[in-house]
Ligand binder design. Sequence first.
Ligand code: PLP
Length: 366
Amino acid sequence: MDYEKPLFFQVMQYAERAERDVIDMVSGNPDWEPPETLRDGLREYADRPVSEFQYPPSDGLRDLREEIASRRNVPVERVIVTNGGGEANYLAMAEALDRDAGNEVLLTDPVYPYYPGKTQMLGGEPVYVPVEADGRLDPTVVREHASDGTAAIVVNSPNNPTGAVYGEDTIEELVAIAEENDAILVSDEVYDHFDQSGRFTSALSVDSEHRAITASFSKSMAITGFRVGYTVLPPALAEPARTRHMLVNVTGSRPAQYAVLKALRETGPDYYEGTREMLATRIDAFTDALDSAGAQYTRPDGAFYVLARFEGFPGTMVNVERLIDEAGVAGMPGEAFGESRSEWFRFALVTPRAEEAADRLAGFFA
Ligand SMILES: Cc1ncc(COP(=O)(O)O)c(C=O)c1O
């Protein structure tokens, strides 16, 4: 395994050591409040009997799995609660590769960097499919890259880092391509609550033995530290994935699942709408100020990242360090997300100071 330490750790460490005020737009850690009911759930948990401080069922608290299954309209046996979306992706990719139906994993370029890392760790081979300039994924191009050797097609919508949201036609086509090539579509939907376009379509809307979805409460409830996510797998993969999950983890965290369950049951749509509205305001403020900075950027349709490019100033690690030291803004180098965006920077809108950050960038590039 020669997978390097993720670049974002390096950038965060560099920003922490800086001798000036730095606006942190590096990580995907929300800075907003979780649902109040989640805090209530945690408080309640402290007074539960000691028997509830012990191992929960390996595949998750039954009530939580049932709640998820009824919301997603799938049989409860197909739901495995995981340690975040990260483990959900690992399980789905591992089982797709274990079918002995190919060794290649189709990924997009730009890509969420943990996918190639996981692919390599699992002995698979990443094959990159370029996306359009605005982040859209053209299924025709995916089809050109798919073959008998394809084990999985891993996509993410709303997308990190492009902000693209794949509509119904794209999702239907992706499932069809997986079926035609005896592969598994792994649809990572961890940003499903952050669709600003109204076009988001879950892969669960297309019934098929060839699609898996992965999801998480990390972002939707602003709790990346809790580690609660889930996967819905095709019937043939659910059992082996359950075994893999148990052998790797034993189980997940009971108090975290308890609090998530309470929040799921008792939080209305207002919470999610409020977060989306707050982020829409940040997107407007940040992109308006990027206009003043003369930057080229893609306005995200979903998730909470903005890719931006500055003339003559490529998104390398050296330039990321310069922006930290000289502008007081920390972002991610585009090269972390694959070759196609190596000229770009990714800024995460996880700070109320997004507009100030863009003003600082405007000042730096003036
Ligand atoms: C596309 C994508 N998938 C998965 C994850 C991991 O989510 P979790 O914190 O639930 O493991 C992230 C986190 O940033 C992400 O951006």
